[in-house]
Design a protein around this ligand. Structure first.
Ligand SMILES: Cc1cc2nc3c(=O)[nH]c(=O)nc-3n(C[C@H](O)[C@H](O)[C@H](O)COP(=O)(O)O)c2cc1C
Length: 198
């Protein structure tokens, strides 16, 4: 049976949705893993069931006013019933965000996602990439992780660029990397659980 990695995201204008698709394509590239894209604007039973069945949940939200969007926060608060029974305990967690500013206070959004995951008793998986574009001689603006995040995948979408044009390829490749990394850890986690149960 395939291992499920759910990408639970919100996107108001389509940019974070593109980032979410890149995360999913990275996760799906790992043999034995199924990536399941879920928009948390719809809080229905299939969403909660998919999350319950997941080995890993990768949370994604645009950065609005320096933190997660209100729609994502509504999802986080609705997860209170799952929290009460620690239903996501020991699942893997990771996160990503898009904002218009190069910095844009994206770190605050990712920090908030880590706290949310910790409240659920989940294990946070970091981005696992060195910062790109770090040296003038060997780095460039198109480097993987050009925005230099560590907690999760960051992407930038200038306010006047539609989701067909932004985030740029470097940020989408960074998102893909996060999806692949989480999926690889999910496989290791599942194998470890099977050994533990034997
Ligand atoms: C209400 C609101 C608040 C925003 N706040 C920020 C912010 O704090 N920092 C930033 O860099 N961009 C901010 N933006 C810009 C969005 O992060 C940016 O447009 C992003 O691409 C939106 O992602 P989405 O298309 O998935 O909704 C804000 C946009 C809106 C609508």
């Amino acid at each position: 049976m395939s291992i499920s990695v759910v990408i639970a995201y919100h996107s108001g204008y389509g940019h974070t949705a593109r980032q979410a698709q890149a995360v999913a394509s990275g996760a799906e590239s790992v043999p034995g893993v199924h990536a399941d894209l879920r928009n948390v604007a719809v809080l229905d039973e299939p969403l909660w069931q998919a999350l319950a069945d997941a080995e890993a949940i990768i949370f994604g939200t645009p950065t609005y006013m320096g933190s997660q969007s209100a729609v994502f926060q509504a999802f986080a608060e609705a997860s209170g019933q799952v929290w009460a029974r620690q239903g996501w305990r020991d699942k893997l967690a990771a996160g990503f965000t898009t904002s218009a500013g190069v910095n844009g206070d994206k770190l605050n959004t990712l920090s908030s996602l880590t706290v949310f995951s910790a409240q659920h008793g989940m294990h946070w998986v970091s981005l696992g990439l060195p910062p790109g574009w770090l040296y003038s001689t060997t780095g460039e603006v198109d480097d993987l992780n050009r925005l230099g995040g560590f907690l999760g995948a960051m992407a930038q979408a200038p306010s006047d660029a539609g989701p067909d044009d932004a985030p740029p390829t470097a940020d989408l490749r960074t998102a893909e990397h996060l999806g692949r990394r989480v999926a690889q850890v999910a496989v290791q986690m599942r194998q470890g659980r099977l050994v533990g149960a034997a």
